[in-house]
Design a protein around this ligand. Structure first.
Ligand code: FAD
Length: 507
């Protein structure tokens, strides 16, 4: 039994620890690969941290995905009678107890571009390591560079990183230690709740096996209509890769996705689709790099000029938007679909944010955590920069106020998506579906939907609210602080000489 109160065991065994975070895979795992080079026995750990799970961006869907990812890994370790030790405990408690019981030589993990609570936790771990004389080796995740001073040559460095040989684990070199049963029992923490442990078929399943299944089916087959369907709320679910949660939880490395796609590119008859997909892999890291360099974006306008923006909070609007009851069919269908399945495509994400921040004139900070909880692929480094971009508060990107009626006509022309999620509108023909408030009393009767009872009237006037927002947001764009900050942002986050990064400014 470990002594939890002090390092009283003078003969503590020297070990190394691989600390899994959002890198839940074995293939191309640099931390694990490096740890294997050491002769010391290896302990594999993962912590479900109560404080991180209680943070407002966290939802049970995320932890279920992480749990499934871990179970997939455990099944691969079973053959060698080993396991990853899973704790439902603060990292602080686990590392302190481990250090009391063993002598930790090195902790191996990947760098995490996380939210405030994981950022603070990592600072604690670094201090703990410094005090205890433990080496903490952190390896680069994705193409995101820590401590980056300039975006010059960033794309080239990204390419170089992706072209490096994958860091493969040597199956014969496993030297994994087993914790004593009593020690593990005393430390592992409470059982995880049933919602985490039990699968939910409405969501993509977590795990390296599923990640590869999604990648393979996309690159070999599903990518054929990638560009054509990317903006369509229903068809994108099949034609897009759907790799985002697997990248967010590290079930697959960006390098493997990139290399595998490049391999099949040569033989594909749909090269343009695969090129468009590859450019989005760059965007993934490009956005996370911004957040890595300026993580206050979780809380503050990246462009301080927008601190002057006044948006009175309207709780009724917020609730209606969250519940998919705004009276605007495409917005409501997207919100209900997102809550139920954890996914909507890029354009629909942008549109629901545009509706919230422009038409409802609400502050983006009122939606950031709610949306984070809904997205199964929640990745702080993409989430916050994208939200601010879509809310029109960066001062450098084109301001887009999406028209949900036009978008429904263009991207859900037969109404299949709206009808799937708004059953109260299912009998209305597609040409009348997107503005149900215009239905006559006779039509409402005919199509079994009384507006104001079965489905709400729009909570704001679409045209008036668009014009109000447009006038104010464009006027602020001319403000001196907004312009000055815009220059600073471009200098810090974008290499304008690079085509894909300057495209992002316009898109
Ligand atoms: C407000 C908002 C919030 C978002 N939050 C997230 C998030 O938390 N996590 C997340 O992974 N994506 C986020 N995105 C980006 C994008 O919507 C999703 O990556 C994409 O819809 C995931 O589907 P897919 O895997 O089928 O993408 P594909 O189209 O198949 O693209 C492949 C991969 O490229 C990356 N990617 C694609 N589009 C973008 C983009 N516009 N910006 C950055 N990376 C991109 C993703 O890793 C994605 O898995 C957000 C977009 C918006 C507008």
């Amino acid at each position: 039994m470990a002594n939890m109160n002090g390092k009283e065991n003078p003969n503590r065994e020297k070990i190394n620890v691989v600390w899994f975070k959002r890198d839940l895979r074995f293939t191309d795992h640099e931390a694990l690969h490096s740890a294997q080079k050491s002769k010391l026995p290896l302990l594999l750990i993962y912590c479900f941290e109560p404080s991180v799970m209680a943070y407002p961006d966290s939802d049970v869907r995320h932890w279920r995905f992480a749990y499934q990812s871990l179970m997939d890994m455990q099944s691969k370790l079973k053959g060698i009678q080993s396991q990853i030790y899973i704790f439902h405990q603060e990292v602080e408690t686990v590392f302190k107890a481990l250090q009391n019981h063993y002598q930790i030589d090195t902790i191996f993990s990947h760098e995490e571009t996380g939210n405030k609570i994981t950022f603070d936790r990592d600072i604690w771990v670094q201090k703990f390591c410094d005090v205890e004389g433990i080496i903490w080796k952190q390896y680069q995740q994705f193409g995101v560079i820590r401590g980056l001073k300039s975006r010059k040559n960033w794309e080239q460095k990204w390419e170089e990183k992706m072209c490096e040989f994958p860091k493969l684990v040597d199956e014969k070199k496993w030297n994994i230690i087993k914790l004593e049963d009593d020690f593990y029992e005393s430390l592992k923490g409470e059982k995880l709740c049933n919602e985490i442990i039990h699968p939910d078929k409405n969501f993509q399943p977590g795990g390296e096996t599923s990640a590869w299944r999604y990648l393979e089916s996309f690159v070999k087959e599903r990518h054929q209509n990638y560009s054509k369907h990317i903006s369509k709320p229903a068809l994108s679910r099949k034609s897009c890769s759907r790799l985002s949660p697997y990248l967010a939880y590290g079930n697959i490395s960006m390098r493997m996705v990139y290399r595998y796609t490049r391999q099949h590119y040569k033989t594909s008859n749909h090269k343009r689709d695969l090129s468009n997909f590859i450019s989005r892999l760059h965007w993934h890291c490009h956005f996370i790099q911004k957040f890595e360099n300026e993580c206050r974006m979780e809380f503050e306008h990246v462009n301080k000029g927008y601190d002057a923006l006044i948006k009175p909070k309207n709780q009724q609007y917020i609730r209606a938007w969250e519940q998919g009851k705004t009276g605007v069919p495409l917005v409501d269908a997207c919100m209900r679909c997102l809550v139920a399945t954890g996914y909507i495509n890029f354009r629909m994400r942008a549109m629901v944010i545009s509706f919230f921040t422009f038409n409802l004139w609400q502050d983006w900070r009122e939606l950031r955590f709610f949306l984070a909880r809904q997205f199964l692929d929640y990745e702080p480094g993409i989430h916050y920069p994208q939200i601010q971009m879509q809310a029109g508060v960066t001062g450098v990107n084109t301001i887009r106020i999406y028209n949900p009626i036009k978008n429904a006509e263009e991207h859900d022309a037969d109404g299949a998506f709206v009808k799937q999620w708004l059953s109260e509108l299912k009998d209305i023909p597609a040409h009348l579906l997107y503005e149900p408030w215009k239905l006559s009393a006779m039509e409402q009767k005919l199509y079994h939907c009384k507006i104001g009872e079965d489905y709400p009237f729009p909570i704001v006037d679409m045209e008036e609210s668009r014009k109000y927002a447009s006038d104010l947001i464009w006027a602020l764009r001319k403000d001196g602080t907004v312009k000055k900050e815009g220059k600073r942002i471009l200098k810090k986050h974008v290499n304008l000489g690079d085509a894909s990064q300057s495209n992002e400014i316009r898109s």
